[in-house]
Design a protein around this ligand. Structure first.
Ligand SMILES: NC(=O)C1=CN([C@@H]2O[C@H](COP(=O)(O)OP(=O)(O)OC[C@H]3O[C@@H](n4cnc5c(N)ncnc54)[C@H](OP(=O)(O)O)[C@@H]3O)[C@@H](O)[C@H]2O)C=CC1
Ligand SMILES: O=C(CO)[C@H](O)[C@H](O)COP(=O)(O)O
Length: 639
């Protein structure tokens, strides 16, 4: 909605507008700030503006009103003295006019007291002469406190009848936080949640009631009411579990929506499901967008990283709202970008989560070594992780792990009470599945998925632990040196985790012709999302110069520096009975990548021996295919 506060100089437009902005959460603009310099000069000299002067200024304001409306709304303070001026500004249907009126003596007194304003008080008479009282809008006498003016205005705005810019289905952790984030930015948002009799009732309406400080937040328990509360074309964000729930929701919406409406799936859906859904919805002429969102509950509330893909026009229609709620990068740009066609937004979110799995596991392995190998206490571990943050390893995940190691329930550290059986909802496994499909080596991140699977089989582990009398054995070496080596091992593992994920993105992007921009992807992952880190900041620049992290000069130097420590820690850890799946996979992945003479010639020989699978020769032309009669060769060599 657009609220235009009109009135002559001294009527309090700026005060009222600013307070309205605070209450509605809509941004405030003062029309005076849009005058060209020539007009400002005239007004400063006390020369009244004529209609010729005002023309371009009003036209400029009118186009801003349209822009602000597209972005969610605004409050504008503008004298708009004549009906012809107001007509120029009446470019949107949802403009609410507030006309401030006051006694001449009161206005004069206020103008006399005003400092730092270019309006000459002597112009008041001319303004009062020019003022054409409109018959519409809300008229209010300014001879009362600003607060009571605001309250009166509020009781006259019919918020209920106003259409919302956006609707959200799914009032779970993410849906609620995103709804509040939109509402806080003054964007009209309607929310809906399914009803499960006896379990989930009036979820959306209760949520809106509990958050009445946001006048543009509306809750509906009926799908029909929810849909009719939305502006056309309707824009609906789904924040529900991936899989069947999304298909069922789309089936229902497919019947209820109209041509040109937009559905955005903001959950963690598998990208191939999104590709299919885009086609299905296209047949119904409904625009479907696949959009990754990262940041968890806090990110969704305060600023997530947003990864939309699919229909470009639909993106353009929702982008102004998304820009407002997204996290900001170091330069102040939104952590939001149009990722690419089809389900590429869900694809990169899937890979993001896969890197997340790798990072979480690598940190967990580091901490296990510190705790059981070096026998450090929880506060010591917390402190060490904190120092790592300041030593070039800063990341959100490391930061929260440092916090976790201080959290206590009574006398006990909470982390020790938590069952060591990790959950997973799908994205890590789908990444591995995709890596296999596209023949992309994925071992470090694949091991993070397997580690969660192993952890989940707790009773089996407990049983075998007794059978094998498994114990972590403490290291006998110098603690300070080992702490440094563990840090270095983690540091390299982190680089390799990212390299693995970005390699998958490159291969899938090339194969599908998506033309993904990896520097831009790194940029939108520098804030808001779970894998934000100092390394991600570096990746913005690195991926501008190369498409392979392993070929970048800076990374090569780092790898040379840290490689021995990763190998050392893996060796030491395994010898002392520590499972280090991601650390060791990362070390092997690196060696696998940099070994020229691998053992694969032996594999090829074996394949050809037992199955005549044929092989290529180092000394033959490329692509040539050979087979050996291995048994005859064995006979001829007589062995
Ligand atoms: N939590 C997180 O950190 C993140 C989650 N995501 C993704 O966002 C989506 C939502 O996650 P989150 O908010 O955490 O999940 P929650 O479990 O907290 O909420 C899920 C919501 O979906 C509703 N829902 C469940 N089943 C259905 C169905 N069959 N039809 C319609 N609505 C249904 C639930 O309603 P009801 O209350 O009635 O059960 C609830 O409102 C998921 O895809 C998730 O993977 C993405 C980024 C981060
Ligand atoms: O997307 C997310 C963060 O980026 C979610 O938190 C997701 O649920 C994490 O995945 P999993 O539950 O499999 O650990």
């Amino acid at each position: 909605m657009i609220i235009i506060v009109t009135g002559v100089s001294g009527s309090g437009k700026t005060t009222v507008g600013t307070l309205l902005s605070r209450k509605t959460k809509l941004p405030f603009f003062d029309a005076d700030d849009f005058h060209p310099t020539s007009n400002v000069e005239k007004m400063t000299k006390g020369i009244p503006l004529n209609d010729h002067d005002r023309g371009p200024w009003l036209e400029n304001l009118a186009s801003h009103i349209q822009k602000w409306n597209r972005e969610g709304g605004a409050i504008l303070a503008c004298s708009a003295l004549k009906e012809s001026y107001r007509n120029v500004l009446q470019v949107e249907k949802n403009i609410f006019w507030v006309h401030l009126k006051g006694d001449k003596l009161l206005l004069e007194e206020r103008l006399q007291n005003r400092k730092n304003h270019y309006m000459n008080p002597s112009l008041l008479d001319s303004q009062l002469d020019t003022w054409e009282e409109p018959e519409y809008g809300f008229h209010i006498d300014v001879n009362q406190s600003p607060e009571s003016i605001i309250n009166e205005i509020f009781t006259h705005i019919n918020f209920k009848s106003m259409k919302s810019k956006l609707g959200i289905i799914g009032m779970g952790v993410m849906g609620k936080s995103l709804a509040l984030n939109f509402a806080e930015k003054g964007i009209g948002v309607s929310v809906f949640n399914r009803t499960v009799a006896g379990q989930e009732e009036k979820v959306a309406s209760t949520f809106a009631e509990e958050n009445q400080e946001y006048p543009f937040l509306k809750g509906f328990d009926s799908m029909e009411d929810f849909l009719s509360s939305l502006e056309t074309p309707k824009k609906i964000l789904l924040m529900i579990p991936a899989g069947e729930a999304v298909d069922a929701q789309l089936d229902q919406l497919g019947w209820l929506l109209e041509q040109g409406d937009i559905i955005i799936d903001g959950g963690n859906s598998f990208y191939k499901d999104s590709n299919r859904r885009i086609s299905v919805m296209k047949e119904k002429e409904i625009n479907f967008m696949a959009m990754g969102v990262s940041g968890g509950e806090e990110g969704a509330r305060k600023g997530p990283s947003i990864m939309p893909s699919g229909n470009r026009e639909a993106f353009d229609a929702v982008s102004p709202f998304l820009q407002k709620i997204a996290a900001k990068d170091k330069e102040g740009g939104p952590c939001l970008t149009y990722v690419g066609p089809e389900g590429s937004g869900h694809f990169i979110k899937m890979v993001h989560n896969s890197i997340e799995y790798g990072e979480m596991q690598a940190i967990a392995e580091s901490v296990h070594l510190l705790k059981y190998g070096l026998k450090l206490s929880h506060p010591e571990i917390s402190r060490i992780l904190k120092t790592w943050l300041g030593e070039g390893l800063n990341s959100y995940l490391l930061e929260i792990t440092s916090d976790i190691f201080l959290a206590k329930e009574g006398d006990q550290f909470l982390v020790d009470i938590i069952l060591d059986a990790a959950g997973q909802k799908g994205t890590g496994g789908w990444s591995l599945q995709t890596a296999l499909e596209y023949h992309v080596p994925y071992s470090p991140l694949a091991e993070a998925v397997t580690a969660r699977q192993l952890s989940a089989q707790k009773s089996y582990r407990s049983e075998l632990s007794k059978v094998f009398n498994h114990r972590f054995r403490a290291f006998g070496e110098d603690k300070v040196i080992l702490m440094e080596r563990i840090k270095n091992a983690y540091s390299l593992c982190r680089i390799l985790n990212h390299e693995t994920g970005f390699s998958l993105m490159k291969e899938v992007s090339d194969e599908n012709g998506w033309d993904l921009d990896f520097s831009e992807i790194a940029r939108i992952w520098t804030n808001g999302c779970i894998i934000r880190s100092g390394l991600m900041e570096e990746l913005i620049h690195i991926y501008k110069e190369t498409d392979s992290l392993l070929k970048h000069k800076k990374t090569i130097t780092k790898i040379r520096e840290l490689k021995t420590d990763l190998a050392y820690i893996v060796g030491l850890g395994l010898q002392h009975d520590f499972a280090l799946p991601v650390f060791s996979a990362a070390a092997n992945y690196l060696l696998g990548r940099i070994t020229e003479d691998s053992a694969a010639n032996i594999i090829q020989a074996q394949r050809d021996y037992f199955g005549a699978h044929r092989y290529q020769r180092k000394d033959g032309p490329e692509g040539g295919s050979h087979h050996t009669d291995w048994l005859s060769m064995k006979k001829s060599t007589g062995k």
